[in-house]
Design a protein around this ligand. Structure first.
Ligand code: VGL
Ligand code: ZN
Length: 213
């Protein structure tokens, strides 16, 4: 078994553990709730903890209903192809709230993303236009973070894009596989792991993590 010793310059990024991505939600990820106890257990050992929330306007460009389309279709928008989703994580609604059992009182920062009406943002670093930055890389740099660990939802969308952009921003990146769940749309889960591996993202288990403090 590999072990990874967690150090003060490591950050945990908890992606989109929100009601709409969990059981009974508008875009429920299969077994999504299962990540909650794992995230709760590991989070208390990290010096830097960031949560994210998918946070869309009503009538957002990523919603099928906005285009009169069907959920899970792909269309072309100004910035490239976009999967259309059921309406989800509308800002301020209970669906956009963090899962009630998420117990991460030590989290220091919440990044909200996807709030521009015409642009989606799977990534916690850069919006889907590949240009607009959320500020997360600057925050982590100011906190002297070198390495990020990622858990949450969904492996093949917001976790995967965040991991790739974390690498592009110069961080070492590890995805805690058992602390994530995927949507798996037309092979997207396998593709996400292939892309992450190619970019040098480490794939680990929560069991690998060793906490000196
Ligand atoms: C997500 C689809 C649409 C995610 C967010 O959190 O992975 N997926 N919006
Ligand atoms: Zn979304």
């Amino acid at each position: 078994m590999t072990t990874i010793e967690i150090a003060p310059a490591d950050a945990l990024i908890v992606i989109d553990v929100q009601n709409d991505f969990c059981a009974g939600g508008a875009l429920a990820v299969p077994d999504g709730d299962a990540v909650v106890p794992l995230v709760n257990r590991v989070a208390r050992h990290f010096n830097v903890v960031v949560l994210t929330q998918d946070w869309h306007t009503p009538g957002h460009a990523s919603f099928a209903s906005t285009h009169g389309g069907q959920p899970f279709q792909t269309i072309e928008l100004a910035y490239g192809s976009q999967v259309l989703w059921p309406d989800h994580c509308v800002m301020g609604t209970s669906g956009a709230a963090l899962h009630p059992d998420l117990d991460v009182p030590g989290a220091q920062m919440i990044i909200r993303k996807g709030f521009h009406p015409a642009v989606d943002s799977y990534s916690a670093f850069v919006e889907a236009d590949h240009a607009t930055r959320t500020g997360l890389a600057g925050y982590l740099a100011e906190r002297a973070v070198k390495r990020i660990f990622i858990g949450g939802l969904a492996t093949d969308f917001c976790v995967g894009w965040t991991a790739l952009d974390g690498r592009a921003a110069g961080f070492e990146v590890a995805v805690i596989e058992d602390a994530c769940r995927g949507i798996d749309l037309d092979g997207s889960l396998e593709r996400a792991w292939r892309d992450m591996t190619a970019a040098g993202v480490r794939r680990c288990s929560s069991q690998d993590l060793v906490f000196p403090i």
